[in-house]
Design a protein around this ligand. Structure first.
Ligand code: DX5
Ligand code: ZN
Length: 220
C-alpha cells in the first residue's frame, strides 16, 4: 500500500522567517510543499504570487504542489512551470475548457490537479478523471487558512474513490482545509492519499513533531 502524504500549507508560515520555515519542512517527515496562490477574484483574499514562489523554490527540497485559486489559470501555466512547480492544480469552477487546461499543464512537464469547492459535485469529473493526476477536495471554502473542516468531505472522498476505481484511474485524492489529528485517520480510511495542513502545523509548538505525528496517524 502506498504511504499517505503530508503537505504543509505555506500560507500559514511566518513570512518574515520564510527560509526558516521552508528548512523546517525540508527536514521534517512532510512530503510536499503546498502553495496557495489567491487572486482576490476567484476567492475573497490575496495571498502571494510569483516572487514569493520563486524564493520558496530556491530552498524547497521536496515536491512543490501549487494550488491556484485564480480565474483563467491558463494564462500562467508556463510561468508556474518555470518557477519550479511540480504539480499544478486549477479549480474546476475557474476553467471553461478544463480538458484543454489539463493537457497544457502536462505539456509543460507538470502533474495536473483539479480542485473542487465544497459545493461542487464529484460527478463533474466523470469524463476527465483519467486525465487528472490529483483531485484536491476542498474541505473548507477556499480563500483562508484556519477554517473549520466541513464534515460532508468524508462522503465526497468516498464518492471520488469510487469514481477513480470505476474508471481505473490512478488519480490521488488530496484534502485541503481544516485538517488536524482529529480527522486525519478518518480521511485516509475514506480514501485520501494526501493531507494538506496549514494552521495545524505552523501554529503548533513543535512543528517537526506535529508533522511526524500526523504522518504516523495517516499511515496507521
Ligand atoms: C484554503 C487553502 C488551504 C489552506 C489550508 O483556501 O487552499 O490550503 O491554506 O489551511 P488550514 O490547514 O489552516 O485550513
Ligand atoms: Zn490549498
Amino acid at each position: 500500500m502506498n504511504s499517505k502524504l503530508i503537505a504543509p500549507s505555506v500560507l500559514a508560515a511566518d513570512f518574515a522567517n520564510l527560509q526558516r520555515d521552508i528548512e523546517m519542512v525540508n527536514t521534517s517527515d512532510a512530503d510536499w510543499f503546498h502553495i496557495d496562490i489567491m487572486d482576490g477574484v476567484f476567492v475573497p483574499n490575496i495571498s502571494f504570487g510569483m516572487p514569493v514562489l520563486d524564493a520558496i523554490s530556491k530552498h524547497a527540497k521536496k515536491t512543490i504542489d501549487v494550488h491556484l485559486m485564480i480565474v483563467d489559470p491558463d494564462r500562467y501555466i508556463k510561468t508556474f512551470a518555470d518557477l519550479g512547480s511540480n504539480i499544478l492544480t486549477v479549480h474546476y469552477e475557474a476553467c471553461t475548457h478544463l480538458h484543454r487546461t489539463l493537457q497544457a499543464i502536462k505539456a509543460h512537464g507538470m502533474k495536473a490537479g483539479v480542485a473542487l469547492n465544497p459545493h461542487t459535485n464529484i460527478n463533474v469529473l466523470e469524463d476527465t478523471i483519467n486525465d487528472i493526476d490529483l483531485v484536491c477536495l476542498m474541505s473548507v471554502n477556499p480563500g483562508f487558512g484556519g477554517q473549520s473542516f466541513i464534515e460532508n468531505t468524508y462522503n465526497k472522498v468516498k464518492q471520488l474513490k469510487e469514481l477513480i476505481t470505476k474508471k481505473g484511474a490512478s488519480t490521488k485524492i488530496e484534502i485541503d482545509g481544516g485538517v488536524t489529528n482529529k480527522n486525519a485517520k478518518q480521511l485516509v480510511d475514506a480514501g485520501a492519499d494526501v493531507l494538506v495542513a496549514g494552521s495545524y502545523v505552523f501554529k503548533s509548538e513543535n512543528q517537526i513533531e506535529t508533522i511526524k505525528d500526523l504522518k504516523a496517524l495517516a499511515n496507521s
